[in-house]
Design a protein around this ligand. Structure first.
Ligand SMILES: Nc1ncnc2c1ncn2[C@@H]1O[C@H](COP(=O)(O)OP(=O)(O)O)[C@@H](O)[C@H]1O
Ligand SMILES: [Mg+2]
Length: 365
């Protein structure tokens, strides 16, 4: 090769090197630009992720809020439905009591008069017999036919039992009125024992013996000396009713279980109601049964709305949650339950004798 050729070759190479250098510089700039761009993208992405995370937390919080709002709404609905049901029941009971009261009074009020008339008539017959000891044959035959002696003896018993029946209806009507106590939609000073007794009258038939429970349910009442208590009487009676119905259910279930297992009934199914004055300013009412009791898992949930271990149609799971609301929220009291499987259950209700002013909320009835 000629020196000239070398020179031109070198020049060409130098040019190529320059071009390559420029290309390299450009690509370096490109790389730097790309790097900055990707850094930018990364930080934007991080920001987006952070925002997303934050909004997820906010969403979760909102979800929790919604869930608790839903639970509150459900509880409120339960309370509304139940209080509506109870007030409807109260209206019905009071209505029936009122309607029965009048006709019963006709019977009750007139029985004495009717007995007096009969006595007068028997007296008159005796007088006839005294003055006309030998009546004509037709009268003598009639006396034998109607068995006059027997009628005289029996009439007295008859009136006695009619009197007892009427008296009993009269008492039941009175109890129904005490139980419903609709007129008393505010705190009243009441005798709690009257409330418990009226509730027991409503449940009377469930204490009686029946083919499944020939012994019936034994009732022990140990009432202490209590002052009049400031409370909503109708609502408190509902608490007694709910707790007593549960106790009866538990006893009946226990009997069924023992019969199925062919175990002899060792102890008589019993409900015990005790009342006591505590430190002058609180009363305690204990309602205990010797039914099947509860396992711990059940005991933990009994005050939850809708919790029931009973068959569909039998239990609603509302009774005790309502009791809790009435005792704790409405009366500022305490409601506790002690229970042992196979031994029994006791509910302890504690309420203040006098209501602190803050609990008297007339809208919360
Ligand atoms: N005296 C009791 N003995 C045994 N279990 C009871 C007793 N009282 C309540 N329970 C339990 O508590 C549950 C909830 O009672 P409650 O709220 O009154 O609803 P329900 O009676 O409709 O089931 C019952 O299903 C039962 O399992
Ligand atoms: Mg119940």
């Amino acid at each position: 090769m000629e020196p000239r050729d070398y020179e031109s070759r070198i020049k060409q190479l130098e040019k190529t090197v320059r071009i390559l250098k420029k290309k390299l510089e450009r690509s370096e700039v490109d790389r730097e630009q790309m790097e900055t761009a990707s850094e930018l993208r990364e930080s934007v992405l991080k920001g987006v992720i952070k925002d997303l995370e934050e909004s997820q937390i906010a969403l979760e919080k909102r979800g929790e809020e919604l869930e608790s709002a839903l639970t509150n709404l459900k509880t409120l609905q339960v309370k509304l439905v139940e209080s509506e049901k109870m007030s409807a029941l109260g209206v019905m009971v009071a209505g029936i009591a009122h309607e029965i009261n009048n006709p019963v009074n006709f019977i009750y009020g007139n029985l004495d008069h009717a007995y007096g008339y009969i006595q007068d008539l028997f007296g008159l017959i005796q007088l006839y017999q005294q003055y006309y000891p030998q009546p004509v044959t037709a009268i003598q035959e009639e006396i034998e036919e109607i068995e006059l002696d027997y009628i005289q003896q029996d009439a007295h018993k008859l009136f006695e039992s009619m009197n007892m029946g009427a008296e009993r209806i009269h008492q039941i009507v009175q109890s129904l009125r005490t139980f419903s106590r609709l007129d008393e939609a505010e705190f009243k000073l009441v005798n709690i024992h009257e409330g418990i007794d009226s509730t027991l009258v409503i449940l009377n038939n469930r204490f009686q013996s029946n083919p499944e429970n020939p012994q019936g349910i034994k009732l022990i009442q140990e009432y202490g000396q209590l002052p009049l208590i400031e409370c909503y009487p109708g609502q408190l009676n509902q608490v007694f009713l709910n707790i007593l119905v549960n106790a009866i259910d538990a006893l009946e279930e226990g009997i069924k279980h023992r019969q199925m297992q062919k175990i002899d009934c060792l102890s008589v199914p019993t409900i015990r109601i005790c009342t006591e004055l505590l430190h002058q300013d609180w009363v305690t009412i204990v309602i205990a049964d010797n039914g099947g009791g509860m396992e711990r898992q059940v005991l933990q949930k009994i005050f939850d709305p809708f919790f029931t271990t009973k068959d569909v149609g039998k239990g609603t799971g509302l009774g005790l949650s309502i009791c809790y609301q009435i005792i704790v929220e409405l009366h500022g009291g305490k409601l506790e339950c002690n229970s042992q499987p196979k031994i029994g259950t006791e509910f302890v209700i504690k309420i203040p004798v006098v209501q602190p002013q803050k609990y008297i909320d007339y809208n919360n009835i």
